[in-house]
Design a protein around this ligand. Structure first.
Ligand code: F6R
Length: 260
């Protein structure tokens, strides 16, 4: 796992956007895995800027979002459909039919989840998956205790996640209790994983994910088993990493490393 510590949230967002842009330059029809929440907003803004100012092209891109709340219509301001449209999709040129977001209002969740997994396969798998991390160490909505082999499914949100996400709703009672989410196993099949974390509230979860034991109690720790996973953390989010100096040393020495 590579750990990149950035001085600011903006620097972190730019560094992660740079990697996504590189993937698109090498493979214009890449399949992108998208995350929602406050963390990737800066990354999306930077990708939109690159699209406008540097002609970064999304016309052949396909996307799959990690998750969606159950029960929220796509027009609800807190639905992830709405979030993605407002913060990213309406600003870039991804063909509408290439966009996939789990349905929070399907009449058959089991069938929908199976279809979603099949659709990812049909599109050739996810090339690069963007991830945030919950303060309980979750990736997507894989709450503590989720199997590290789990697939797309209906999931009951943990109380901690409901508390954390209440800030987006008028009251805690309005936060949906269920979500449909890609599983840890689904995420681990992406060819490249980028996990972003900012703010002191994420410091413990980041330390547990990067340096703790691999455990279903911290589903982000599964990234330790992935062959191409990068963690981008801003200064406060990196503050509890014991090996921080070493990660910074690796980055400082990177330009001089032997080229294979
Ligand atoms: C959202 C998602 C979640 C968030 C996590 C952090 O699609 O998959 O795992 O990434 O809850 O949320 P923020 O970024 O709002 O702190």
């Amino acid at each position: 796992m590579e750990v990149i510590i950035c001085k600011t949230y903006d620097a972190m967002s730019r560094a992660a956007a740079e990697v996504v842009a590189q993937v698109l330059n090498e493979k214009p029809n890449a399949v992108l895995g998208m995350a929602t929440g406050s963390t990737p907003l800066g990354l999306y803004q930077e990708l939109v800027r690159m699209h406008r100012e540097e002609s970064l092209d999304f016309s052949q891109v396909t996307t799959f979002n990690l998750d969606e709340y159950v029960g929220l219509p796509t027009t609800h301001e807190q639905s992830y459909h709405y979030f993605m449209h407002e913060n990213f999709f309406k600003h870039v040129n991804i063909p509408k039919q290439n966009i996939h977001i789990p349905s929070g209002t399907t009449s058959n969740y089991r069938a929908f989840c199976q279809w979603y997994e099949k659709r990812i396969d049909e599109c050739g798998g996810i090339d690069v998956q963007i991830l945030g991390i919950g303060s309980d160490g979750h990736i997507a909505f894989n709450e503590p205790g989720s199997s590290l082999s789990s697939r797309t499914r209906l999931k009951t949100l943990a109380k901690q996640t409901i508390d954390d996400n209440a800030r987006f709703f008028d009251s805690r009672e309005q936060v949906p209790v269920y979500a449909i989410t890609m599983g840890v196993g689904t995420i681990m099949e992406a060819r490249k994983l980028l996990l972003l974390a900012n703010g002191a509230k994420k410091a413990e979860a980041v330390a547990a994910a990067v340096e703790g034991p691999v455990s279903s109690m911290v589903t982000a720790s599964a990234l330790q088993m992935h062959e191409d996973a990068t963690v981008f953390a801003d200064d406060p989010a990196a503050s509890k990493l014991k090996m921080r100096e070493y990660y910074e040393w690796i980055q400082a020495k990177k330009p001089d490393a032997p080229r294979v």
